[in-house]
Design a protein around this ligand. Structure first.
Ligand code: PGA
Length: 249
């Protein structure tokens, strides 16, 4: 299902609706989280709902998609810092239920296995929130990532490092490596909510929906999942061709 909405504001509102309805119907449940500029407004709308008493997060278990390798958890650019600043510290999240991969582990392969086991032990992810890179990446699964890949160490492309540089302190280097849930891990989520806003995402969205099913566009793997809900703004949808079931508002 695809919703195409007029503005990023409406996209964030719709995404917050889908997440809220999903979590309320599950009386908690397990939510996969993403980072990045697209997510900021969505977390802000979820915080609004918490403050107005519409939703509580204390029974929800969270798994973030990815984390940089080799920077402290509290570094300005870490995804843990992002999540605390934009969401965890502003709502009633139970810290024991808020998981990110440990990018400071001395043994990333073991850490990746631990993270996968933790997701399984929590019963799997009910709803996975996803952004998309302009190069079609999901999580930090860059082009070329196998559709069956699991949580693992990856090398970031230069384009991804440049896109994420604004989150780092002035002069701090964006790490070259990260640990990310794999595409296979993501595809095991019961439902996936993919969000894209802005013209710079138009090509990636079009390739994901109607380009070849290919590791050149990691997001094209989502076509193998039976329950993906895409919410994007008109700019991000502007290159979609031959797409049915588009709802325009
Ligand atoms: P963005 O990142 O929201 O900052 O564009 C999305 C992503 O890279 O997955």
């Amino acid at each position: 299902m695809i919703d195409i909405l007029a503005s990023p504001d409406l996209v964030a509102l719709r995404a917050a609706d889908v997440i809220t309805e999903g979590l309320v119907s599950l009386c908690g449940g397990t939510l996969g989280l993403a980072t990045g500029a697209t997510m900021l407004q969505i977390y802000a709308r979820l915080v609004d709902r918490f403050r107005s008493g519409t939703i509580s997060f204390c029974e929800v278990t969270f798994f973030n998609l990815d984390e940089y390798i080799g920077i402290p958890r509290t570094a300005t650019g870490s995804f843990r810092t992002f999540m605390h600043r934009c969401f965890f510290d502003l709502v009633d999240v139970d810290p024991a239920r808020a998981h990110l991969p440990d990018g400071m582990s001395s043994d990333v392969s073991s850490e990746a296995l631990r993270y996968e086991a933790l997701i399984r032990a929590s019963g799997g992810i009910d709803l996975q929130l996803l952004g998309i890179g302009s190069n079609g990446h999901i999580g930090f699964n860059e082009p070329g990532s196998d559709f069956g890949s699991r949580t693992r160490e990856v090398l970031l492309t230069e384009a991804t490092r440049v896109a994420n540089a604004p989150y780092f302190a002035k002069g701090a280097e964006v790490p070259h490596r990260a640990v990310t849930m794999g595409i296979g891990t993501i595809l095991e989520s019961r439902k996936i909510l993919l969000i894209a806003t802005g013209k710079h995402k138009a090509e990636a969205i079009s390739a994901a929906l109607s380009g070849p099913l290919s590791t050149a566009c990691p997001a094209s793997a989502l076509r193998r999942h039976p329950n993906v809900h895409i919410i994007c703004d008109a700019a991000a949808a502007s290159h979609i061709v031959g797409c049915v079931a588009v709802q325009t508002q």
